[in-house]
Design a protein around this ligand. Structure first.
Ligand code: SF4
Length: 189
């Protein structure tokens, strides 16, 4: 969650620091989150930004406010309520989210937003134009356990309950958000 997106054309890139840097991304700690074409890139960006916005510790205003603002914009796109100018605002906020940063978290947010919107701009524009809610059924990709025998992954059971103040929500915000996206509620966190 801290480097530029890798598109299908880059999948043969060797997993080393130099090669990953050459394609405009990075190796980081060697972990990857992979989504196939059945997923909405808007939902992918939404879940990654929400995680970063929650985890931003709040010592630096541009980081805490910027990741939160970008997360809200993407959620608006997910709800089918965004305008094309929101995409411009999203990119503009990504330029300032790193102002006076004390750690790498907002750099990751900046890289993810910039590279994702650039690589999938048609999908973002079409999603905004359509004005329909996206599926938004992705878990926050924090792994709690991997079964050595089956390879089955268990997602962290409570990370989706965490709010920006690092308190856990009483109600499941994902369920609330999904209900809102389906027109069954009023919104989430
Ligand atoms: S830049 Fe790092 S230290 Fe500053 S608010 Fe963001 S997460 Fe916290």
């Amino acid at each position: 969650m801290s480097n530029a997106v890798i598109t299908p054309a880059m999948l043969d890139t060797p997993l080393c620091f130099d090669a990953m840097r050459e394609v405009g991304s990075g190796l980081g700690s060697g972990g990857f989150v992979v989504y196939d074409t059945t997923r909405s890139i808007v939902d992918v960006l939404g879940v990654l930004l929400r995680f970063l916005a929650v985890e931003s510790c709040g010592q630096c205003n541009a980081c805490k406010l910027g990741t939160g603002a970008m997360s809200e914009i993407v959620q608006r796109v997910q709800r089918g309520e965004a305008e094309q100018t929101d995409l411009e605002t999203l990119l503009r906020r990504s330029h300032t989210v790193t102002d006076q940063n004390r750690c790498f978290l907002p750099v990751g947010a900046q890289l993810i937003v910039g590279s994702t919107v650039e690589a999938f701009v048609d999908e973002f524009v079409a999603t905004v134009e359509a004005g329909d809610p996206t599926p938004a059924d992705l878990p926050i990709p924090l792994i709690d356990w991997i079964d050595d025998d089956t390879g089955e992954v268990t997602w962290h059971p409570r990370v989706h309950l965490r709010r920006s103040d690092w308190a856990d929500a009483d109600e499941d915000p994902v369920a609330t958000r999904l209900a809102a996206l389906r027109g069954e509620g009023t919104g989430e966190d």
